[in-house]
Ligand binder design. Structure first.
Ligand code: BDR
Ligand code: CA
Length: 308
């Protein structure tokens, strides 16, 4: 399976890229402002591609949302966007700075390509705005975002909340969408026992990645009173494509709230099953076999090349 990953690394983005590098063909990576400013998310993507031995083309993109002011998530990911370990300096620069046109060109040139969206949807919305044909050309868009409750606000998940106008355009684009929302991703927790399996999966990378997970988990445990570690949100959007047997889902009509005083950035999922309802536009993932998913994550870490 061929994937183009749009991301804002981000601890869980990093693990998503590692899993994708082992179980799919990454034809490109694009970066967006989100967990950290664009320069940092791009640097982090360069590092992570090195760690997993990928030479996929990398293009940076939007440095800010379409309408909203840029706001980041240092309270979860640290100032670097990926605090918790001493990371090696990246060996490579990005290959370009126009993510939207890279997405357009790659979708047009690559049959059956899936977009995997792990950050705010700005780059993908810009691509769809410039080239609406890609909504039908792409196999689909697997999105980490939204859900039946929020994390940045009571109703709104960070990726959608950062750029609701972009998210709304993507959900309304007509592309096939698979959605990993918070009610799903909170089932995939990197608890201390699982972190130890990551640590021992690779002599050099294992301790480094375990350090990242410990930092990420400590952010969640400091902010919430009911977490044993961090949810590996973004990994779900990759596994949804590479290991669909792990999931149970339902199809529904989903729109993004862009105007609500208290609900801006909410994904509104229509569960009514009424005969005159809107056509379903999103596959909403509802449950994941978390133990099996974590074994796959550990296998992917184990398969990474030595970073000597
Ligand atoms: C999402 O926001 C970021 O903090 C994570 O990388 C994930 O994509 C979860 O709300
Ligand atoms: Ca992310």
């Amino acid at each position: 399976m061929k994937v183009l990953i749009d991301c804002d690394p981000g601890h869980d983005d990093a693990f998503a890229i590692i899993v994708a590098s082992q179980f799919s063909e990454i034809v490109g990576v694009t970066t967006v402002s989100g967990n950290a400013p664009l320069t940092l998310t791009t640097k982090n993507a360069r590092v992570v591609l090195d760690l997993c031995g990928s030479s996929a083309p990398l293009h940076s993109g939007a440095a800010r949302p379409l309408v909203a002011e840029p706001i980041h998530a240092a309270y979860i990911h640290g100032e670097s966007g990926i605090d918790g370990a001493i990371l090696p300096e990246p060996s490579r620069l990005a290959d370009g700075t126009d993510a939207a046109h890279f997405i357009i060109d790659t979708v047009r040139a690559t049959p059956d390509l899936w977009l995997v969206a792990l950050g705010p949807l700005t780059n993908i919305a810009l691509a769809l705005r410039a080239a609406p044909d890609i909504a039908q050309r792409v196999a689909g868009i697997s999105i980490m975002g939204g859900g039946r409750f929020g994390n940045r606000t009571a109703t709104s998940e960070f990726n959608i909340w950062c750029d609701p106008e972009a998210a709304s355009a993507v959900f309304d684009s007509g592309a096939k969408i698979v959605m990993s929302g918070l009610d799903l991703t909170h089932q995939l927790i990197a608890d201390p026992k699982r972190i130890e399996t990551v640590r021992s999966a690779h002599t050099t990378l294992g301790p480094l990645l375990a350090g990242l997970l410990e930092f990420f988990g400590s952010s969640y445990m400091a902010r919430h009173d009911d977490f044993l570690g961090a949810p590996l949100h973004d990994v779900c959007a990759v596994l949804a494509l590479t290991h669909p047997q792990l999931f149970i889902w339902k199809d529904a009509h989903v729109v993004v709230e862009i105007d609500g005083t208290h609900t801006r950035g909410m994904t509104v999922i229509d569960d009514r099953h009424v005969r005159d309802g809107n056509t379903t536009n999103v596959r909403v993932l509802e449950t994941i076999d978390a133990d099996a998913a974590f074994e796959i994550i550990v296998d992917a870490v184990h398969a990474c090349p030595s970073n000597g």
